[in-house]
Unconditional design. Sequence first.
Length: 67
Amino acid sequence: MDDIEQLSRKLEELRLEHRDLDEVIDRLIERRDSVDLLQVQRLKKRKLVLKDQIHKLESALLPDIIA
C-alpha cells in the first residue's frame, strides 16, 4: 500500500507543477513587450515531460483490466 500512496503523492506533485507552469507561461506571454520566447519554449517542453510522467503514473495506478 505504501507504493500506491507514494505514486499517488508523486502524481499530485506532478499535476501541481504542471498547473503552475501553465500559470507562469500565461503570465510570460501576457507581458508582450518583453517575452523571452526561449524561456517560454523551455517551460512548454518541461510541461510536456510532466504530462508524459503524469500519464505513466496514472497508468501504473490503474488496475489491469482483463477483457
